[in-house]
Design a binder for this molecule. Structure first.
Ligand code: AMP
Ligand code: MG
Length: 397
């Protein structure tokens, strides 16, 4: 290319994410049961239909009584109380507990009227069926106050959050059996390259197994997308043209390979010459040559072919765009030096050793084990060096 390109080049990671997000269609919403909502994005705010706990309840197995009756209790001078009944989870004690009295109580059972403290079973000695001795005072802290988790009417889960196992459990506790979620994006997935071969097939010299489609397909499913597997296309303009046409019904086409500077990188040429390009190249390493464009209205994100690059670009740009969830770096101490490069943010693979992060021994974008063996991506800002002992931002893998 000699003339200045008509599209932005060398965009930042946040700019690339914003560009992709802007091209994605609105997927709409649907109602699904909680069992089918894992990984989906909540499309409504969820309010509590009940309070939890619904009444102040015991956090332990023991007895419920009046704290004031027990303040003098010690192992040497235990305090006796009369047992007047029991309170079980789901079967509360019906009466009121008076001075010098207690009820046997179990975890999750409501505190009976008249009581304000719990003494655990480990601190009790039975004296026949109707009396106990307390070896230490009962404590008001060993209860779970009504509404400690949430109160009826509280808006507890905001719209837009991904439904993790803990959030699904919470939705159930709030009293919801179904939730409104965003419809899944339909993402077509294509590998390119003459040398790329499906795993399980014989491999001739110079060929490589198609690891990208497996990794990217798994990443897409993890973010709740429907995957349309378009398989693999060779480095031929006609084959790629046909594959681009075949992806027409999808919300997004994700390709790997063929967007770099090489003579056979036809995906790049096709989009520049016969499609529309939104940007080409991101100021990141690994993953620089990523390309975003459109093919007859279909958004196309061209990931680089290098195995580490394709998965890292997905995690940094494609996933945040699909889920609407920003990257969340955390800060760690660098146990080794991390080197930056001018004009690019480096996402170095790092391994946790105690509270420190150490550089993985190999940082080549072709070494897939640098990703599978690592715990974090260490963010080294453009043109900076991170010396050993400094604090550094990392993204958990
Ligand atoms: P490219 O971006 O097409 O120039 O490819 C860069 C490197 O990534 C080359 O070494 C390719 O063999 C490799 N590569 C491309 N596609 C895949 C794939 N689907 N799975 C594994 N490696 C790939
Ligand atoms: Mg290629």
């Amino acid at each position: 290319m000699t003339a200045a390109p008509a599209f932005p080049m060398f965009v930042s990671v946040p700019e690339a994410t914003a560009h992709l997000r802007a091209l994605l269609p609105d997927p709409g919403v649907e109602r699904v049961p909680l069992s089918g909502a894992l990984g989906r994005t909540l499309a409504e705010a969820l309010a509590a239909r009940v309070s939890h706990p619904s009444a102040t309840e015991s956090a332990l197995d023991g007895i419920a009584c009046r704290e004031a009756d027990t303040l003098a209790a010690t192992a040497d001078q235990p305090v006796p109380l009369r047992v007047v009944g029991e309170s079980r989870a789901g079967q509360p004690f019906a009466g009121t507990v008076g001075e010098g009295e207690c009820v046997r109580i179990y975890t999750g059972a409501p505190l009976p009227p008249g009581t304000d403290a719990i003494c655990p079973v480990e601190q009790l000695t039975d004296q026949g069926p109707d009396h106990v001795l307390l070896r230490r005072p009962a404590r008001p802290d060993d209860v779970r106050p009504e509404g400690q988790d949430f109160r009826a009417g509280d808006v507890v889960l905001p719209e837009g959050v991904p439904l993790t196992p803990a959030r699904l459990a919470l939705a159930a506790a709030l009293g919801h059996a179904e939730v409104t979620v965003r419809r899944p994006y339909r993402v077509a997935l294509l590998s390119t390259g003459d040398e790329v071969v499906a795993p399980g097939q014989p491999l001739r010299p110079g060929q490589v197994y198609d690891s990208n489609r497996v990794g990217l397909g798994a990443l897409l499913r993890e973010c709740g997308c429907e995957v349309l597997d378009l398989g693999h296309a060779p480095d031929s303009v006609d084959a790629l043209h046909a594959a681009l046409d075949a992806a027409g019904g999808a919300d997004l086409l994700l390709t790997s390979g063929g967007v770099s500077m090489g003579r056979y990188d036809f995906m790049r040429d096709l989009l520049i010459e016969r499609g529309t390009v939104t940007f080409w190249k991101v100021r990141m390493r690994p993953g620089g040559p990523a390309l975003l464009g459109r093919w007859a209205g279909l958004p196309v994100f061209g990931l680089p072919g290098n195995p580490v690059s394709s998965l890292v670009v997905f995690g940094l740009i494609v996933r945040p765009a699909l889920t609407g969830q920003p990257l969340r770096p955390v800060r760690l101490r660098a146990g080794t030096e991390f080197r930056g490069v001018p004009d690019k943010t480096v996402y170095a693979r790092g391994v946790l050793r105690g509270a420190e992060v150490h550089a993985y021994r190999q940082q080549s974008s072709g070494v897939l084990r640098s990703l599978s063996d690592s715990d974090v991506l260490v963010i080294v800002p453009e043109g900076q060096e991170v010396p050993a002992g400094a604090d550094v931002d990392v993204l958990l893998l």
